[in-house]
Every structure is written in C-alpha cells, then in structure tokens.
Design a protein. Structure first.
Length: 551
C-alpha cells in the first residue's frame, strides 16, 4: 500500500468471505469433494437415511507438537497451526494469498507521512472468557510485547516482535513510538519512521490479540491456556500427543465455524501418518512424502492438496565457531552440496534448487545471481586455502520432524554427510526432540544445522530481516553492510528502491555464505475425500473455520 494515502479503508467484505475459504467456489488449492460427487444432482448428493453425514469433527495428523500456544512467543509453524484458530489479528490475509483484508479491525487510516495509523475495531466481539475485545485489549497486548519490563513479558524472547518492529521499547531501532486507545473502538499507532510492511506485519499470526484477563490469570502459563476471539476455543493439550479445540458458539462471524471439534494429533513418521489417513484414523495430514503423491491421487477416498510455495530449506553455520568463522570454509561446503541431487532424491519433483534465501515467488528476488555448481575439487581447493587441506571434524544437526520446506530432514543430512566426507569433512549427525532442537540452536550449541523458513507476509523483509537480523539470527551472523541495507529498505517508501536494496543484500549474503539455501518446496497435504473448505495458505497457517464434511 502507498504510504501517502489518507483515506479510510472501508474494506468490509461480505460476511461469508471473512472466514478462510468462504467463497462461492473453492479455490484450486482448497479441499473439496471429488468431481464425481460435485457433478451429482442435489437429490443424489443427499446422504441415505441410514448413512448420516460424518460427524463434524476434524483430526489433523502432523509431524511434531506445538512449542507454545502463546502466539507472540511462537516461531514454529506447528504452534501457529493451532493459534490461528484460537486467537485473531487486527488484519487478515486473504485465504490463499498475502493481500490484506480486515480482521478484528474493520477499517483503517494512514496519515500522509506514513507515521500514524488509526484503526477502527469491530464492536460486540468477546474473548472466549467472556471479556470484551476493545482498544484497551489491543494496547495491553502491544505493551506486553514491546516492553521487556512488562510483568507478562517474562523470559520469552518474542522474536517476531523484535524482528518486525526493530527491537523493543527503549532500544534504538524500535519503530513504534506509541499505541494509544482513542476510544473503546479506536486504536492509534504512531511510528518513529515509516515501516513499509507495517500492515502486513499486523496480519502475521504472531501478533494475535490475547485476552488481557486470561494473560493476567495465567501469567506465563498462558502458553498452555490460550484465550482469544477466534472460531475455536482451546480445550486440552496432551504434550507430544494431541491438542483439542472446540467450536466457539459465540463467534462473531455468522455461519462459522462448521466443525464442532478439531484435534491436532502428532504422528512423527510421514509414512505412518499416511497409513493413519488411509485407515480413517485421521482426516488430514501434512508432511506428505513426494513419492506418495501418486498413490494419494489414485485413491478415490483421498484428495491431494497443493500449497502455494513461499519457503526456503537451508543448511546454515554457526559462524562464531571455528572453522565456520572462515568465509572460504563456508564457500567450500557450498560447493560440496548437490542441490539438484537433493531435490531429485527427496522432493520428488515438488521443489526447485534454491540460490537465495528468498524464494522466486517473493518480489525483490535476485535472479541475476548464478549459483555455485556442485564441484568437489573446488571445495577441496577452498578448504586448503582456508588452512584445512585434510578437512576437519564437525557436527551436522538434522531436523527431527518434517516441515513444509523439508519433509526428509534426516535423509538429507545423511546425503550431505556422504558428500562432505568426499572433501575430508567428517560430520557427525545430531538430532533431538523438536522444541529442544530449536532451543539449543538459538543458544548457539550447533556447528552446521538444517532448518528452513516459510514466509509470513509476502514481503522480502520477512525473509531477509528475519533470517539475518544480527539480534536474532541463529547463525550468529553479523554484517553491518547487510543490516544497514535491510533497515533502510524496510523504511523506504519507493518500491523500486526497496527492490534494488534487497537484491544488493542477496548479493552480499551469497558471497559471505552464512547459510546455503537448498530448496524451495511446493508442499503437499492429503485429506479424506469428503473434506471441504480447507484452503491452503502460502504462509502455512490457515483457518479451519470454513472446513466441513460433505458426504
């Protein structure tokens, strides 16, 4: 959006379009009945008297558990898959793209200088605990997020807030000057300088508004007792097993949710998860092995769902540890990575080799950069120049759970291990439980590690700043030139200038190689054939409000 607009965004949509997937016809990437069913007459489509429509309950099989249900503290997709259905944001993305539409705020105004945003909030909305959603609740949440001294900030890092808004209250880069309740249904944000992706940031699931009363009641225990305004109410969390939600009977959007209950069930193995889907134990699954796509297509009781790609899988280094503090060592490793081989072996044609951390689907992508080829002799040469002619011993951390960007983390680690051995690098594979894996990487215990990123808002800032921000990145990477570019790009109004700056940043990062982008995946899910209304979002986090069974 242009920053000099001074008009009210009265983008109020038809009620049915507010919930994800509530469109007159399902988008191509949505769950819908097979063509044969859809073609039947309305009389034929009715269930037989002795065969009632399936109970409106959804069981979602997934590879790992949530880390937290406090949205602002989450950084992983398994957490957001749940929180987006319990807590809501001021603004929403469209069901199948990152265009902005109203959420808890029904319209907004931007001052000509791009420094003041005024939001009109929807009236009559209640949190699940019966308390009012209003301007004071919005202010309370932002104060909690931005102020490290807030009693409910605690020891949690709130990484997304730090990344998207330039730090915390009192810090030099913090972009938000103030958040103020003008009246019960009006909130004013004042910024210290323009922030181009500000509206997109507010639609990210991390910035969902929680009940102040519930936060005060549960304290840091809110992460296990989330209370929001969303279409589903939290019921129970059995760690590493299931999370159960029930229908919000008082939900503010008429006609949804359709489901009475939703269960998120952990089944770590991809093949076991597919077996559970085929047997009817679960209704929907992520982390589908690419090789299994054809079997899903050939099963009349199942349907295959494609997610619009907006992600990157990568191999990264802890650049504070030797020998990865040496640029030539990092470049040598890059030459020893057979990206095409990885894509062919482990993605089954549902990915493309990655050159940059940003995917081609995100504007600002630098397609002029030519990737390093798979060249073991060049890798050996660079290792010798760096002082490691005989290689070295190290560890390679492998993801324990499938992610949209990498469904076979362990196998990819084994393939990398074999290639690294050819240039003298003895890499011991290390893995552990998912939450521990993330925590230890954040603490800097790793040498090399596999991870990835799925974009949250469609802006290159959400890839480059999130992944390379010196205050937060897991690589411990600090490059002042890169950071200066990213800070300036985020506050620049001119779109072409932003593109040019992001392209320059990608050039610097490619040369410095703190990470090696591996692949941009085209994630797939599978579902039972009777499931309707499930619309896959590029960010990997979607509402199930409009999902229902039609059999």
């Amino acid at each position: 959006m242009k920053w000099n607009r001074n008009v009210w965004y009265s983008l109020t949509l038809a009620v049915g379009l507010f919930a994800a997937g509530c469109s007159p016809s399902a988008p191509p990437n949505s769950a819908s009945p097979p063509t044969g069913e859809a073609a039947q007459t309305s009389e034929q489509a009715q269930p037989a008297a002795n065969q009632p429509v399936k109970e409106q309950k959804l069981i979602i099989g997934r590879g790992g558990d949530s880390v937290t249900l406090d949205a602002i503290a989450a950084t992983d997709s398994e957490s957001f898959k749940v929180t987006v259905n319990v807590l809501e944001t001021l603004l929403n993305f469209e069901p199948d793209n990152t265009n902005i539409r109203p959420g808890l705020a029904e319209k907004w105004e931007i001052a000509p200088d791009g420094l003041t945003y005024t939001f009109q909030l929807r009236q009559g909305i209640k949190f699940h605990d019966g308390t009012d959603f209003n301007a004071d609740a919005v202010v309370f949440n932002f104060e909690r997020w931005m102020d490290k001294n807030h009693p409910l900030h605690g020891e949690v890092s709130f990484s997304y807030y730090n990344d998207m808004f330039g730090g915390f209250k009192g810090e030099e880069g913090h972009i938000i000057e103030s958040v103020k309740a003008i009246d019960p249904h009006t909130v004013e944000f004042k910024l210290k300088k323009p922030l181009s992706p500000f509206l997109n940031n507010l639609a990210m699931p991390a910035f969902a508004i929680a009940s102040p009363a519930a936060l005060q009641k549960h304290g840091l225990g809110f992460k296990e007792n989330p209370v929001g305004t969303g279409p589903f109410v939290f019921v129970e969390w059995k760690r590493n097993e299931t999370i159960t939600l029930k229908k919000n009977e008082q939900y503010w959007q008429p006609g949804v949710p359709k489901l009475e209950e939703a269960v998120f069930k952990v089944i770590p193995d991809n093949t076991a998860r597919l077996t559970a889907l085929v047997s009817g134990e679960i209704d929907l699954m992520d982390g589908l092995n690419p090789d299994d796509a054809e079997s899903v297509k050939g099963n009349a009781e199942l349907q295959l769902l494609d997610r619009p790609p907006m992600n990157v899988a990568y191999l990264a280094f802890n650049v504070e540890k030797k020998p990865f503090d040496n640029q030539k060592v990092r470049q040598a490793v890059a030459y020893a990575v057979d990206k095409q081989g990885i894509v062919d072996a482990f993605y089954g044609g549902s990915a493309e080799p990655a050159v940059n951390a940003t995917p081609p689907s995100v504007w600002g992508y630098n397609d002029a950069i030519q990737d390093r080829p798979y060249d073991l002799e060049k890798a050996k040469q660079l290792l010798a120049e760096a002082g490691y002619p005989n290689g070295f011993k190290t560890t390679l951390w492998a993801m324990p759970v499938p992610r949209q960007y990498m469904t076979e983390g362990q196998k990819i680690a084994e393939a990398l291990q074999q290639d690294f051995a050819k240039i003298g690098i003895d890499a011991q594979i290390v893995t552990m439980e998912w939450a521990t894996y993330l925590a230890k990487i954040r603490q800097g215990e790793q040498d090399m590690y596999l991870l990835g990123w799925t974009g949250d808002n469609g802006d290159p800032d959400n890839f480059l700043n999130v992944l390379f921000n010196p205050n937060e990145n897991r690589m411990r990477y600090k490059n002042k030139e890169v950071q200066d570019i990213l800070v300036e790009a985020a506050s620049t109004v001119d779109h072409q200038k932003r593109i040019d700056m992001y392209k320059k940043a990608q050039e610097l990062l490619f040369e410095d190689a703190p990470m090696i982008p591996l692949a941009h995946a085209k994630p797939m899910m599978a579902a039972r054939a009777g499931l309707s209304g499930y619309v896959l979002h590029p960010t990997g986090s979607e509402s199930i409000a409009a999902v229902e069974w039609k059999e």
